[in-house]
Ligand binder design. Sequence first.
Ligand code: UFG
Length: 337
Amino acid sequence: MRVLLTGGAGYIGSHTALVLTERGHEVLVVDNFSNSSPESVRRVEQLTNASIELIEADLADPEQAKRALEPLEFDAVVHFAGLKAVGESTEQPARYYRTNIDSTLNLLDIMRAKGVTKLVFSSSATVYGDPQYLPQDELHQTGVGVTNPYGWTKAMIEQIIRDVQVAWPELNAVILRYFNPVGAHPSGRIGEDPAGIPNNLMPFIAQVAVGKREKLMVFGDAYETSDGTGVRDYIHVMDLAEGHVAALEQAPSGVSTYNLGSGKGSSVLEVLRAFEKAVGRELPYEITAARAGDVAEMVADPAKANRELGWAVKRTLDEACADAWAWQSANPDGYGA
Ligand code: UFG
């Protein structure tokens, strides 16, 4: 297949570009580099010995989107492009709604005009809101108690895709609900490159390990979990990337929805210990107040993806930490170095 990756220069997009290329698919990337670098795509080309067409455009602008995508030929789209910082979305809600929703609507219009009927969408476990039960399967309620505009854009785009498919039955869409992506390609050549202070746990720990931050702030230790710190389902980004290939190749027609997670929860302190093992020394931390909007525990039930996509995670949290450390230590300033 010729697969267009929107936001394909970003963290998950670049790893998916690599895995798709290695599977023999042809990859095209469109990105506005608002939170990514063309260097990631260059490195994927080096790692795979393949060439990737890279187009700079902002899909939220309908004219730019048309100009960029109309001349291209592709059979499927994986739609990663979007803003993703939870805290920032609370401060700039209109920007989040406009960017994430407009880019999706523009993309769907262009796909329909071109007769491209296959779409994979990057959704998030955040659509489940406050967990009513664990582990969460795809039947868990969504769009109730979502705590931030970023999460709402994901819930709303899921609904938009379902509504568009009713009016355009040829559309085959796969909604992938990611749990917590971590790690990097084992080469250490591509990885997560957050702008500014990392919001997420593992990139923050990695920056403590490399000496860019003084210590990890552990957000709360009074949750009802094994050690009182928050529990999440961490998934190696290479496993996540493979989930996209499975979705493109195996998903049934119509709209289908899958959790991509490991099914195993780890606490903040367990992640810290695993990262310390990878680095070979203890890392400083301090327990601080819980972060607003955080839930105690999120764990995926990945059985549906296991069964219908023939996909399951293969890599452990220890491997994710080793790979994240290889990336962070070789690229202390990310792609900006
Ligand atoms: N945490 C800390 N210190 C930090 C950062 C995080 O203790 O400096 C804790 C959090 O409180 C939480 C855990 O580490 O218990 C994981 O936090 P992340 O910010 O890494 O991830 P979240 O689970 O909060 O958010 C992730 C994605 C979101 C997505 C959400 C869905 O980053 O995009 O999962 O639940 F919306």
